[in-house]
Design a protein around this ligand. Structure first.
Ligand code: IPE
Ligand code: IPE
Ligand code: MG
Length: 254
């Protein structure tokens, strides 16, 4: 059997501790528009370029053994952008999904979408359904794409689901706890993120995974999303490994 030789880029950088990698990385892929403007191009070119950054990050998670990646692709508030930009993004999502499905199969990536998917164009919904179905048994990376996603909206829909079950007597109000609540979120079978990366400098959550982010380590970089490459991810992981996660307890270093 011929084993494929790993290139230098594919192996985990030696200054990272394999045992202390985040199990789940989330990313707010911000700064596409600003990146494009800086290059003298229209904003949409930043979105197009951003796809390459995402592909690279996904491959990096696979190569370095990070089992879950969740990215914010379109927020419930992003509908407020100019119509041409929204339409470009919807078409881009659909094209990329169609184009990349074979590779996700080859790379053993399971793709899932979270958000209010029913409000998306029908043709995009079809591609989404197909990609989720085709990749559902893949196991190397759990790749989740938040599309038409809003943290508040997710919490409200979970409340509605629970309220319905209370009405039919399926759940007692006193029985509601964190676990039951989590079971009604879009992310019910995905762990909470350990590390949140936000590109392009903004220090805010912008309605992303509000519940799930309770104890995520937040890393903000000035690098805009289209320029966020393996080296930038490496730096984020170095930073993460220097953090002491205390979860409200007293730390070892103090
Ligand atoms: C993030 O980049 C991509 C989406 C929100 C779809 P932006 O489009 O927000 O880029 P900036 O923040 O305006 O530079
Ligand atoms: C967050 O970025 C949403 C996505 C990356 C999809 P925005 O650019 O929409 O966030 P704000 O407007 O700067 O808060
Ligand atoms: Mg932005």
């Amino acid at each position: 059997m011929i084993l494929k030789q790993k290139t230098l880029l594919e192996v985990l950088p030696p200054d990272l501790d394999r045992d202390r990698l985040p199990k789940h990385v989330a990313a707010i892929m911000d700064g596409n528009g600003r990146w494009a403007k800086r290059q003298g191009m229209p904003r949409i070119m930043g979105h197009r370029q951003g796809v390459y950054a995402l592909k690279d990050l996904l491959r990096c998670c696979k190569d370095w053994g990070i089992p879950a990646l969740t990215v914010y692709a379109f927020s419930t508030e992003n509908w407020g952008r100019p119509l041409e930009e929204v339409e470009f993004l919807m078409t881009l999502f659909e094209k990329v999904l169609r184009r990349e499905l074979a590779e996700m199969m080859a790379e053993n990536v399971r793709i899932r979408f979270v958000g209010n998917l029913e409000a998306l164009p029908t043709s995009l919904q079809e591609e989404i359904a197909r990609s989720m179905e085709d990749t559902k048994n893949n196991q190397d990376v759990e790749f989740t794409v938040a599309t038409n996603y809003g943290g508040r909206q997710e919490i409200i829909q979970a409340c509605r689901e629970i309220a319905k079950k209370i009405k039919t007597g399926e759940i007692e109000p006193e029985a509601i706890d964190e676990q039951i609540f989590e079971e009604h979120l879009y992310t019910h079978d995905i762990s909470n993120p350990d590390l949140l990366i936000r590109t392009s400098g903004e220090m805010r959550i912008s309605n992303f995974l509000l519940w799930q982010m309770a104890y995520a380590e937040i890393y903000v970089t000035e690098t805009p999303w289209p320029a966020f490459d393996r080296e930038a991810f490496h730096q984020a992981l170095i930073d993460y490994q220097q953090r002491e996660r205390r979860f409200g307890k007293v730390g070892k270093k103090i």
